[in-house]
Design a protein. Structure first.
Length: 412
């Protein structure tokens, strides 16, 4: 049963509490609107907060607390300033303070329709960045891809769906007290996730090329059960109407060990990764350019292909240098991946510690701190030719590939 708290002044609060109880709604604490900050919203005791909207009641702290505990806010107000304030926080249109209890009860119990379901023509694309264990640079490349895709005014969202070791908030210097992705997952399960809600719970990151809206990851590893498969799939579906490109940073693990030891419908630690990969239009698989990284990638690649099915996978070899592979490092990696994994098309990003360190120190993308660095140039070329290519560049690349295969065939 839905349990509500009422933070409304004067007789309206007592009246609404009585009428909601008659309608079968479980009513918790009833306080004055100014005392909303004193309510205990954690522990799953409160599902919905009925709040009289005013400048002193609907604040950023109250909204952040509700987001952190999965509490929906039902705003009430009679003036235009209150309606503007509610719209600024992305809340639904407020009902008047004189609303009858049965009308309010219907609005609380009827789930809102997610924007993704209401707008089947959503054209946003989901791109997941995956890589095997060993820190091949998944998060760094996810940040750079999002920053590069935002050029030209594209709407780009960056999502931290890593249920093991999320790092985007730390890398970009963003606050993660109220994890945006976990809040989005809770709202998606309740059916209240739409474009306005996604804008409200995301954190805008202004880069040199444009703006990236970031949904930060869980701030404690123990919160991973909040990222269930159905929730993650619903969030990514709704995000297609929110942004042209949704870049998702996922964890390395693809195992389904929980299904082996239990046949119950319990939480899965790797459900977020698998759901994101299945929902993707393109998967960027990151391979570390060293003997251990290449070996790990080859072993995990077959499991990745089994997880994504027919979804296109583009391979990026990261931190390329001759020190760990010897002469012709690029050729050695290319031949190894083609021989043992059947991968013919490979992209390379060079090792650029100076630019990467400067970006980490500034908590910014490399494209901002060192736009002419080899790392930024490689990512820019990769995005322009493999991720979001212009028609002319795409046809030119296909022609070059056909010419290369013809030369190889003649030499054989």
């Amino acid at each position: 049963m839905t349990r509500v708290a009422v933070a409304v002044d004067g007789p309206h609060g007592d009246r609404l509490a009585t009428e909601l109880s008659i309608e079968g709604v479980e009513v918790g604490p009833v306080v004055r609107a100014a005392e909303v900050a004193r309510l205990r919203l954690g522990g799953g005791e409160i599902d919905i907060l009925i709040l009289q909207v005013a400048a002193g009641t609907l604040t950023a702290d109250v909204v952040a607390t509700c987001d952190a505990h999965g509490v929906r806010i039902a705003p009430l107000c009679d003036d235009e300033s209150g309606r503007r304030l509610a719209a600024r926080f992305g809340l639904t249109a407020p009902l008047p303070l004189t609303v009858e209890g049965w009308v309010l009860a219907d609005s609380l119990t009827a789930p809102a329709t997610p924007l993704a379901r209401a707008a089947p023509a959503a054209s946003g694309r989901v791109l997941s960045v995956w890589g095997p264990h060993g820190a091949p640079g998944r998060s760094t490349l996810a940040i750079e891809l999002a920053a590069e895709l935002s050029r030209g005014g594209r709407g780009v969202a960056l999502v931290d769906a890593d249920s093991h070791a999320p790092s985007l908030a730390l890398s970009l210097g963003l606050a993660d007290e109220g994890p945006g992705f976990a809040a989005a997952c809770r709202q998606a399960e309740r059916g209240g996730l739409d474009e306005a809600e996604l804008r409200r719970i995301s954190v805008p990151l202004r880069t040199a090329g444009g703006t990236v809206d970031v949904l930060t990851g869980i701030n404690r590893p123990g919160r991973w059960p909040e990222l269930s498969e159905s929730r993650v799939a619903a969030v990514l579906a709704a995000s297609r109407s929110w942004a042209e490109w949704v870049v998702v940073d996922v964890a390395a693990s693809l195992e389904r060990d929980e299904e082996i030891v239990s046949d119950l419908d319990g939480p899965r630690r790797n459900a977020a990764t698998l759901a994101a990969l299945r929902a993707s239009d393109l998967v960027v698989a990151v391979c570390a350019a060293d003997p251990v990284g290449v070996a790990r990638f080859v072993r995990a690649h077959a499991e990745l292909r089994a997880a994504v099915g027919a979804t296109p996978v583009v391979v990026v070899v990261n931190r390329l240098r001759a020190g760990t592979l010897g002469i012709d490092a690029r050729g050695q990696v290319r031949r190894t991946l083609e021989r043992f994994a059947g991968i013919e098309d490979v992209w390379f990003v060079p090792l650029d510690p100076r630019s990467a360190d400067a970006a980490m120190l500034a908590a910014r993308p490399v494209a901002d701190t060192a736009p002419r660095s080899p790392l930024a140039a490689s990512v820019r070329r990769f995005v322009g030719e493999a991720v979001a290519p212009a028609p002319v560049a795409q046809e030119r690349r296909r022609s070059a590939r056909r010419t290369l295969h013809a030369r190889v065939a003649r030499s054989a």
